[in-house]
Design a protein around this ligand. Structure first.
Ligand code: PMP
Length: 460
């Protein structure tokens, strides 16, 4: 229960801070969890309570909440050169090094990188890049963006328009020209008697029809998360991207992989696209890029888009776009270290991606075990991202009435036991840090199971 004395942290948080994506009645009732620090995958609140954060913060603190190597990289860079921009023909040495590194770890032998402060800005920037280069190439109408319902691409006006969530209607979004196709969630969207392959074929046909109706010359890109994250952890069927991509290629529409969550190891692969066996035309990265130690996003353009953008920019002598902190030297130094820590191994330790691969079978087994419950309709995921979806009726997949706020109750019951996980729709999401031990994995599943049992006893 919250300490509701006027000078409590909870009251002070509520008095002066505006919350985003927060259920205000829940906060009024339960108070804000005010955090002071962390250790490994645990965070600690002002009352000294410890929580296992099964969401890695917001999918991003993949190396945990106290990584000495990452902290040292930040300190060293603050000592050397604490801030600079990437405008007017200047940029920091760390920015040069990071771009080289990102191309090296990307699927591209050559290409170029542009930096932002967030994933939202990276998606916005990508769209502006495409609008700009298409206009330069004499196709100013080639501006529409295809994404999917339930896909999440950010909150700025353009990236929110890409996001396929109904809540954006309160802002009068999406903007015109942002088209949301069917979510590739076979369990929810597949029709009675339809095989998974037939489902994929139906989505491919929908794409073809959309291109025919809208006109390929009006469509600038198809942007997709390999595994949808904030949509509720939804892995597309394995054949989806390999069937979608040839259609896009035939019509000259780039396929952009939003790897903000999937990139750098979350699926057990360097990129979510790699897990699905496709090469996108560009990659959007953020979150894991700095292991959450610095706000940073990046657009990694493959060779073709990179050349076309370069030509368009040369034609007017510049690409008129950039953020004050684009390519911030401290962010770049942290990202260089994070890539080493996750992908290569640093300071005598094996790469964290090895641990992702090691613990994924236990993670999958834990999800499968929860799927046995009468009120779990589906357990799904890939690598170290997973979700269990609550249902009132397993056979018909009938959801619980929204008024019961089942997933919020489960998440609250988890918090009460010292486990942070996130409600998303009727699902509860798990996205633990890459450093998890076997014991921590057991702790996570046993606390979640207790919470599920408590809530299902109340509502079922
Ligand atoms: N794309 C994806 C796939 C994301 O998951 C997110 C953030 N959850 C974003 C873009 C937006 O990133 P940011 O919150 O850093 O703006």
């Amino acid at each position: 229960m919250p300490d509701d004395s006027p000078n409590s942290w909870e009251a002070r948080a509520a008095a002066n801070s505006f919350y985003g994506f927060t259920d205000l009645p829940t906060i009024a009732q339960r108070g804000t969890v005010v955090l002071t620090g962390g250790e490994g995958p645990y965070v600690t609140d002002v009352h000294g309570r410890r929580y296992l954060d099964a969401n890695s913060g917001l999918w991003n603190m993949v190396a945990g909440f106290d990584h000495p190597g990452l902290t040292q990289a930040a300190k060293d860079q603050y000592d050397r050169f604490p801030g600079y921009h990437a405008f007017f023909g200047r940029m920091s040495d760390q920015t040069v090094l990071l771009s080289e590194k990102l191309i090296e770890v990307s699927p591209y032998s050559e290409g170029r990188v542009f930096y932002t402060n967030s994933g939202s800005e990276a998606n916005d920037t990508l769209v502006k890049m495409l609008w700009f280069l298409n206009a330069h190439e004499g196709k100013p109408e080639k501006r529409k963006i295809l994404t999917r319902k339930n896909g999440y691409h950010g909150v700025t006006a353009v990236s929110a328009s890409m996001t396929g969530k109904p809540y954006n209607s309160v802002f009068g979004l999406p903007l015109p020209g942002f088209i949301h196709l069917t979510c590739p969630h076979y369990w929810r969207e597949g029709q009675e008697g339809e095989s998974e392959e037939a489902f994929v074929d139906r989505l491919v046909a929908e794409l073809e029809e959309t291109i025919a109706t809208e006109g390929a010359d009006t469509i600038a890109a198809f942007v997709a998360e390999p595994v949808m994250g904030a949509g509720g952890v939804i892995p597309a069927p394995m054949s989806y991207f390999n069937k979608i991509q040839p259609v896009l290629q035939k019509h000259g529409i780039p396929l952009i992989s939003d790897e903000v969550i999937c990139g750098f190891g979350r699926t057990g692969h360097a990129w979510g696209a790699e897990a699905y066996g496709f090469t996108p035309d560009a990659i959007i990265s953020s979150k894991n890029l700095t292991a959450g130690f610095f706000p940073m996003g990046a657009i990694i353009l493959g060779p073709e888009l990179s050349d076309r953008l370069q030509k368009a920019s040369e034609s007017i002598e510049e690409f008129p776009h950039g953020f004050t902190a684009s390519g911030h030297p401290v962010g770049c130094a942290i990202a260089l270290k994070a890539i080493e820590v996750i992908m290569e191994g640093a300071d005598g330790n094996p790469p964290l991606i090895d641990n992702v691969r090691r613990i994924t079978p236990a993670f999958e087994a834990g999800l499968k075990r929860l799927a046995q419950k009468d009120n779990i309709g589906e357990a799904r995921g890939m690598g170290l991202m997973g979700a269990v979806e609550a249902v009132q009726d397993k056979a018909t997949k009938l959801p619980f009435p929204g008024s019961l706020s089942v997933s919020e109750r489960i998440a609250n019951a988890c918090t009460d036991q010292g486990l942070i996980c996130r409600p998303l729709g009727q699902a509860v999401v798990l996205c633990p840090p890459f450093i998890m031990t076997d014991d921590q994995m057991d702790e996570m599943f046993s606390k979640l199971e207790t919470a599920l049992d408590l809530v299902f006893d109340e509502v079922a």
